[in-house]
Design a protein around this ligand. Sequence first.
Ligand code: CUA
Length: 340
Amino acid sequence: MVDLNLRMMESIEAMMVMQLIQAAVGAPGEATYQFPVAASTHADAVDTLYYFAYWVSTAAFVIITGLMGYFIWKYRAAKLTDKAQSQMSHSTSLEVAWTIPPALFGLIVFYFGALGYADMRTPPDDAYSITVNAYKWAWVFRYPEGAESNDLHVPVDTPVRLVMYSDDVLHSLFVPAFRIKQDVVPGRYTEVFLQATEPGEYTLFCTEYCGTKHSDMLAKAIVHPAGEFETWLQQAANPYEGKDPVAAGELVFQKKGCTQCHSTDGTRMIGPTLKGLWGSERNLTDGTTVTADENYIKQSLTEPASQVVATYAPVMPSFQGKISAKELEYFIAYLKSIKE
Ligand code: CUA
């Protein structure tokens, strides 16, 4: 039993030491114990500054607690009658020692932090601009060529400016692999700049608590290898091409983020299920009844607060200007297909 515990301890300690070493010297770009993979040009500055602060703090911790332990032992009460012989009231060299080095440390962190911050806020003039629209609870990314996506797509080694706005509440875009995080604020545009260095798929989080489905407000950040981004753009500009209306309508349903609040199998979520919705009688919170036809669907999308189904809260965002006539047509075709 003792043996087993010892061995377990050894292996846990070995693991911790390994992780510390990895954290200290982690190969460039690779995930370390404390950081995810590094996939943007900001990562170096962020990680280096972090590790600088981390190791200085670790050293300070070891020195301070070590000295504390040593003095506790050295000046322990050997005899209860021991009395302090003299008191020291002031030491200029001590004051200098605990003021100047921490101040220098603070200034160094501030200086490099400010440099990194300025770099993150200053995209080159020719940066590729992507509009980010956040709402409860989805992300929509719009590209200058007309494409639209729910995941962020960027070309590798290209400066990209994200111009972001929110339709409702505070959200925040966070891609750990890019080391970028920026609040998305209602009523104004915010910007962040990134240049991806490694093709691949990374996770994009909403990192500002924005309501019930905040933790589901996830997307992917996809970095395309050279040349492949253009191909993706072309295909993304015509997402419904070659699809029949029902399949296209299902895609509309997914692309607009509706799945966060509406099921298609009868399950009650934040909003009513779409199963059996088409043609049914809807009992509204104001006591009236309305048939779910084209007009009902259109109005529900553009002015959702005007006809809230009884027992549900009026939380749906308006899709006015966000859904084209064609998309509405496809969506209705899809609704008809899940009537039963
Ligand atoms: Cu959006 Cu949290």
